[in-house]
Design a protein around this ligand. Structure first.
Ligand SMILES: C[S@@+](CC[C@H](N)C(=O)[O-])C[C@H]1O[C@@H](n2cnc3c(N)ncnc32)[C@H](O)[C@@H]1O
Ligand code: SF4
Length: 415
């Protein structure tokens, strides 16, 4: 019988001790040379805030007052700055944002079933013939790189289950002007594929991990895999990836109690643990009460490490980066919900079925696959891309509007 997350947590807390989960988690922490940190349950949102419904106007004011109290130094404010280099008019939107970062989803399939990403009933997969072929992926990558894209992230679904993933990366590596190839992976197949990925030319790895407790991992992902993911993370470090990014979606009542353990992971390892605010997508049953905001996470972490330092990142960085002084790694917060970074957005997305999405939270899409298959020239493709980029909105509609809006489930977009 499937348990709700609340039922799971109640039953988890009750039985965890008896079943030795915390002991096992602390063993893993010890194995990884991580100091044991005091575990605590918490919620800094007030009772009233937790009771608010998304349609309640007080809800947005509660969020904005929390957000406003975060001091972000001028260096990382999300502002547009005139650049000296010329940039493709096709990839520049009406607000002057230059899109030099492309995320390509290689597949809709996945070997996990994360609750926040995939609806419980699963998804209707697109027939294979309607997905982008290897050649189509590479044609689009080449076109975007010619126009100034210098970073491509491969995502999904789970990109590492696509059989031609190494070939795609190897071919992309040959594109002149492409500086960075990144992958976001759930890490299950990572350890096995890492040597090939490194040889093919992967520069950056983001590995998703939402719990350090194997049973909880399995509850969230609806599949086993915790130990393989940990193996993947450790191997990536051994193979010289520095920094290895770890993506952790934080959900109230599920894994918020592990924040400090995740921070502690960064003491002896070159990790950047990125705490991601839970975002609404079709079928993931998002609600405001389950979302733990940046400010709340920060407040909690600062109780343990009051001298947490804010680091200055690039303007287009989505994460607000901090470091505990003396720790090898660092932590980041992806604050898409409580403090969006639309003003400096430089991303475009192509879904596995070939649709260009100019905004993660916008439902307007254009099929580049159909244009490609109609035999269009590069110039014609660029006109279509340019029109879509030109229509990009200034910012997303706000978390409550997004949560009611029709969009794809995350697994069909590619995070
Ligand atoms: C959709 S996954 C695809 C890549 C790969 N399968 C993985 O899990 O890393 C990309 C990222 O999106 C994040 N993600 C998925 N659904 C999300 C949600 N509702 N809110 C916030 N992040 C989400 C995942 O945690 C993951 O880090
Ligand atoms: S977050 Fe990644 S691993 Fe989890 S279901 Fe979605 S695509 Fe799969």
């Amino acid at each position: 019988m499937a348990l709700s997350s609340r039922e799971f947590c109640l039953s988890f807390s009750k039985h965890a001790k008896a079943m030795g989960f915390y002991k096992r988690a602390s063993e893993l922490v010890t194995q990884s040379n991580i100091p044991k940190v005091q575990r605590r349950w918490f919620s800094s949102a007030t009772q009233e805030e937790n009771k608010l419904s998304p349609s309640d106007p007080a809800c947005s004011s509660a969020m904005s007052s929390k957000t406003n109290s975060v001091q972000v130094p001028a260096g990382i404010r999300r502002v547009l700055k005139a650049e000296t280099l010329p940039f493709s008019a096709f990839l520049t939107d009406s607000f002057g944002r230059r899109h030099n970062y492309l995320r390509i989803s290689l597949t809709e399939r996945c070997n996990l079933r994360c609750q926040y990403c995939m609806p419980e009933e699963g998804i209707k997969l697109t027939p294979r013939a309607q997905l982008l072929s290897t050649e189509e992926v590479l044609t689009l990558a080449r076109l975007f790189v010619q126009e100034g894209v210098d970073k491509i992230r491969l995502t999904g679904g789970e990109p590492l289950i696509r059989p031609d993933v190494l070939h795609i990366i190897g071919e992309m590596r040959k594109l002149e002007g492409l500086k960075t190839i990144a992958i976001t992976t759930n890490g299950v197949n990572l350890s096995r594929l890492l040597p090939g990925l490194k040889d093919a030319g992967v520069d950056l790895l983001n590995i998703s991990l939402d719990s350090l407790v194997p049973a909880k991992f399995e509850f969230i992902a609806r599949r086993k895999g915790f130990h393989k993911v940990m193996e993947g993370i450790n191997k990536a470090i051994e193979m010289g990836y520095n920094i290895v990014k770890v993506n952790c979606v934080v959900m109230r009542g599920l894994n918020e109690d592990e924040l400090l353990d995740f921070v502690a992971l960064t003491e002896k390892k070159p990790l950047e643990v990125r705490f991601i605010e839970y975002m609404p997508f079709d079928g993931n049953r998002w609600n405001f009460k389950k979302m733990v905001s940046y400010q709340e996470m920060l407040d909690h972490i600062k109780q343990e490490w009051p001298n947490l330092e804010l680091l200055h990142g690039a303007e287009s960085d989505t994460a607000k980066i901090y470091k505990v002084p003396g720790f090898q790694g660092q932590i980041g917060f992806i604050t898409s919900m409580s403090d969006h970074f639309c003003g400096s957005c430089n991303r475009l997305r192509i879904t596995a079925d070939g649709n260009l999405k100019v905004c993660l939270f916008g439902n307007s899409e254009v099929s580049l696959r159909d244009v490609l298959r109609s035999g269009a020239t590069d110039a014609e493709l660029l006109q279509i891309i340019s029109a879509a980029v030109g229509r990009k909105k200034k910012q997303h509609a706000g978390m409550f509007s997004i949560s009611k809006m029709k969009n794809r489930p995350m697994i069909l977009i590619g995070g």
